[in-house]
Design a protein around this ligand. Structure first.
Ligand SMILES: Cc1cc2nc3c(=O)[nH]c(=O)nc-3n(C[C@H](O)[C@H](O)[C@H](O)COP(=O)(O)OP(=O)(O)OC[C@H]3O[C@@H](n4cnc5c(N)ncnc54)[C@H](O)[C@@H]3O)c2cc1C
Length: 462
């Protein structure tokens, strides 16, 4: 998922500010960079103050904040690596390839970019403007206007309904968008939210901040996020099975490696895993929590990464390329990742969910058909190795990013409350405005850690 084309698709500066939405006050949200003093020495204690379940961006941010405040923690992770849905692979193509998140949206909202630079990563601003291609060449002015206008009208209608408190399927509030209607559906649904518009809550969209700028990291965003966990002690291969809030003093967390006790717990795993019982919370939480985890599931979004040497598309590094969409067949291209021969054709929503069941040969055929359609048969012949992510099949995520179902647009806020004075939620789903992003996950982890620190110290620290 990438920068919002509602603003970004433009060839000329006058087309840039095309969406009349609330502006993101990046500066106001900037967080002070907390020094991680002594963190290397702060590992897991035998009975820590806080257990953090899940070492994705949210869990890492929470642990860093607790460590900086001198609070002991145990950060447990079911997988063999940290980072969760932010993970850079170097083996598949012999180049950094982010299997999950690859753009730092809202770069001023967290210290992720700054910390990455300090750690030696090359973090740069991604090109702001995407381009629209039709029939192998850049669109004409009137085609740009048709595309951008349709996307803008679709997004405005969705936000207006949400702002008015009409929590409806986003598909139901769209005006007639003419020949660009399928393209607008793709951008406002599968592309930005990992879900077809029939399953998107207008209210959830209206709460979300508009994505404008993004940073990219040459070595991979997953690598950067993982590096932010290096000062921490993480227990890998440790899957929480249940959280018991009735423990005599605080909480007890049952894992595949035994039981951990602490005063508080931060649950930083995707809501899908709570909904399907892979992680249980005892005693059962009030009904609104069950409704929230069931009605804010992760949607589908995948990269079809591929080698395309020699730049047959004539594209610029890290630019986003949009096309005219056929109903239900939407995709966009992230070109020349970090200036390399790697590209990613991105799919979302129902199409991504269907492709997740396809064979590698079927996915390659889909990719070749798309590249032939957009750039011609000769260009498609230059495709080299292909790798398709399948996030809906990843057992520790079961999807890509959260988006509330119609009617559930106000439910995220249940994840912001402290439960029984000892349970907190973190994760991108636990952020009302930046949901679906690494920045949202990071801020939610810091928020949960801040709440824990206040409770543990009576407000004297943090
Ligand atoms: C293909 C794709 C592209 C994306 N593109 C972008 C992008 O460009 N920019 C952006 O900002 N966002 C993007 N996102 C979304 C972004 O990846 C997520 O919002 C973010 O990484 C979520 O972080 P998290 O900490 O909330 O959850 P996760 O990263 O899912 O972390 C949860 C962790 O919990 C662990 N876990 C699960 N169950 C247990 C258990 N029982 N016990 C212990 N540990 C457990 C998991 O293994 C995982 O490590 C993309 C996502 C996908 C899939």
């Amino acid at each position: 998922m990438t920068v919002n084309p509602l603003r970004a698709v433009s060839r000329s500066p006058d087309r840039r500010h095309i969406l009349d939405r609330r502006r993101f006050l990046a500066g106001g949200l900037a967080l002070a960079t907390a020094p991680l003093a002594g963190a290397a020495a702060l590992g897991q204690s035998s009975q820590p103050d806080v257990i953090i379940i899940g070492a994705g961006a949210a869990g890492i941010a929470a642990a860093r904040k607790l460590a900086a405040a001198g609070i002991t923690y145990a950060l447990i992770e079911a997988g063999r690596r940290v980072g969760g849905r932010a993970f850079t692979d170097n083996a598949i193509f012999g180049l950094p390839f982010d299997l999950g998140a690859n753009r730092i949206h809202f770069p001023a909202a967290t210290e992720i970019s700054t910390l990455g630079r300090v750690a030696g990563f090359d973090v740069a601003r991604a090109p702001e403007a995407g381009r629209l291609y039709l029939g192998g060449k850049e669109a004409t002015d009137s085609e740009y206007e048709g595309f951008v206008g349709a996307v803008r009208r679709a997004e405005r209608a969705i936000v207006a309904a949400g702002d008015a408190g009409r929590d409806l399927p986003a598909a139901r509030v769209l005006p007639d968008l003419g020949p660009w209607s399928a393209s607008a559906d793709f951008v406002t649904g599968p592309y930005l939210r990992g879900r077809d518009l029939a399953d998107v809550s207008t209210v959830d969209v209206s709460h979300a901040e508009e994505r404008e700028l993004a940073d990219v990291c040459r070595q991979g965003l997953g690598a950067l996020i993982a590096s932010l966990a290096t000062p921490l002690t993480v227990q890998l291969d440790t899957a929480a099975r249940s959280v018991d809030l009735n423990a005599r003093r605080g909480v007890s967390v049952q894992t595949n490696r035994g039981t951990l006790q602490a005063r508080m717990v931060i649950v930083a795993v995707p809501p899908t895993l709570l909904a399907n019982g892979r992680l249980r919370i005892l005693p059962n939480l009030p009904a609104r929590y069950r409704t929230a985890v069931e009605r804010i599931p992760l949607g589908a979004y995948d990269h079809i990464g591929f080698e395309w040497p020699g730049n047959p598309g004539g594209l610029r590094p890290d630019e986003l390329v949009y096309f005219r969409t056929e109903a239900g067949r939407g995709y966009m291209l992230q070109a020349r990742l970090a200036g390399t021969r790697l590209h990613s054709l991105d799919v979302g929503g129902d199409l991504a969910a269907t492709l997740a069941d396809a064979t590698p040969g079927g996915v390659r055929a889909f990719l070749e058909e798309a590249i032939t359609r957009e750039f011609g048969a000769e260009a498609a012949k230059r495709i080299g190795r292909v790798h398709h992510t399948r996030w809906t099949k990843e057992p520790l995520a079961l999807g890509a990013m959260s988006c509330a179902m119609p009617g559930a647009g106000n439910l995220r806020r249940v994840f912001l409350d402290v439960v029984a004075s000892r349970l907190l939620f973190a994760g991108e789903h636990a952020h009302e405005r930046l949901w679906g992003t690494v920045a949202g996950a990071w801020q939610s982890g810091e928020r949960a850690a801040g709440q824990a620190i206040t409770l543990l110290t009576g407000g004297k620290a943090g």
